[in-house]
Design a protein around this ligand. Structure first.
Ligand SMILES: [Fe+2]
Length: 406
């Protein structure tokens, strides 16, 4: 048989993409490039060993080096699993499993969904071809095999698979970069929150660890309550800023060691509203009505309020509200209090009990919890309290990791 000259030339060495120059970034083991025909692994499944030998001879002559043969179709899938060929040639008529059955088995594995599979057939039966195509055959080779046709089709299929792999790798790399950048942004956002929260704590008697612990307790309780993961992360992120409004409380009130007068208590309680307005510059009652859908959104020229700022504002405004309506600043009752505010109330009180003050010692976590129990259903949301109790071991672990003395 005369082989056209174009098929006898060396494979054209095409330019590799920028991605291909960094092997560490290529993640699949079947990566293959147009210049690497000699690295391609081919598998021929045919019960006639002579047919395999003939095909191997032609393919080797054109630069293919890794060519495997399989005469027992029942073992074909094992060989595919073991060697992960870049291209498979399957005889249709074989004893045991026929080529169509083997084809279907291979295609049932998602990792071989894009592997080119050529069907060898001596028949022109359109029904048989239709079935093979339906099962995922890439192309057909007629027996006896025309050498030029074989080489051209194999080479084209390898080139196609190569480009497919490149595109898939580029997609994987872009996805990986997006994940890395997202993680960096999340980490830097968390650091900024902690810096801001510690700045507030500098004016108070708490250490910076208090805000870290409160944030983590809130995340634990929210997840135990079944709050959706991304929202639970927002609660955890913003809870450390619950007392940011204390920045606006004068020193003679904030730092007063003695009991506050009634007037000073009123001033101190303003830290909730000041905190909400740090995040969302709206009157607090209007903000609450907006949250309930009873008040229109801010005018169109106002910047949109992000979820993170909305959650932070809710926590700052409502973390001193009580479930029974006797808290402040508005005496909200039950589910009128945003969930993030109810959870933060638990975490804040628990951590405050565990911290020494001029007027009280630091209570152990167990004693703090016992002291809070009678307030389940009065101060605290009973469901949130139960969630807090059920994750108490995790709470203790956070307490241990972020101890004030560590
Ligand atoms: Fe507070």
């Amino acid at each position: 048989m005369i082989v056209p000259e174009v098929l006898t030339k060396e494979p054209v060495r095409s330019e590799r993409s920028a991605f291909a120059t960094d092997p560490a970034r290529l993640t699949t083991e079947t990566e293959l490039f147009p210049a690497d025909i000699d690295q391609a692994t081919l598998l021929i499944v045919d019960d006639e060993e002579l047919n395999i030998r003939v095909l191997k001879t032609h393919l080797r002559h054109k630069g293919f080096k890794k060519i495997l043969g399989c005469v027992d179709s029942d073992n074909a899938l094992q060989m595919v699993d073991k060697h992960r060929p870049d291209l498979i040639i399957l005889d249709i008529v074989m004893p045991g499993k026929d080529g169509i059955e083997v084809l279907a088995e291979i295609r049932s594995r998602s990792e071989f969904a894009s592997t080119p599979i050529f069907m060898l057939t001596a028949s022109d039966d359109p029904v048989q071809k239709a079935i093979a195509l339906e099962k995922g055959a890439t192309d057909f080779l007629s027996k006896p095999v025309d050498t030029a046709e074989l080489l051209a089709r194999v080479r084209n299929a390898i080139a196609m698979k190569t480009h497919f792999n490149l595109l898939r790798n580029q997609a994987n790399i872009l996805e990986m970069l997006v994940r890395e950048r997202t993680a960096e942004l999340r980490a830097s956002r968390m650091e900024l929150v902690y810096c801001l929260a510690r700045a507030v704590e500098c004016r108070d008697t708490n250490t910076g660890k208090h805000v870290v612990r409160v944030g983590q307790y809130v995340g634990l309780i929210a997840r135990r309550l079944g709050v959706e993961q991304s929202l639970a992360e927002l609660y955890e992120l913003t809870a450390p800023l619950h007392d940011i409004g204390k920045i606006g409380i004068p020193d003679h009130v904030l730092l007063k060691p003695e009991s506050l007068t009634a007037q000073e208590t009123e001033i101190m309680r303003l830290h909730c509203i000041k905190g909400q307005q740090t995040f969302v510059d709206l009157p607090p009652k209007r903000w609450l009505e907006m949250q309930r859908g009873n008040s229109p959104e801010p005018p169109g020229d106002s910047p949109p309020i992000s979820r993170v700022l909305a959650v932070a504002a809710n926590i700052a405004l409502t973390h001193h509200e009580w479930w029974n309506g006797t808290g402040y600043p508005f005496g909200l009752r039950g589910e009128e209090i945003p969930l993030e505010g109810r959870i933060t109330a638990l975490a804040d009180v628990f951590d405050a009990l565990g911290t020494a003050r001029p007027y009280k010692p630091a209570f152990s976590p167990e004693d703090s919890f016992e002291m809070m129990k009678p307030q389940r259903g009065s101060h605290f949301d009973p469901e949130a309290f139960d969630a807090f109790e059920s994750c108490f071991n995790d709470v203790l672990a956070v307490r241990g990791t972020h101890d004030d003395d560590s």
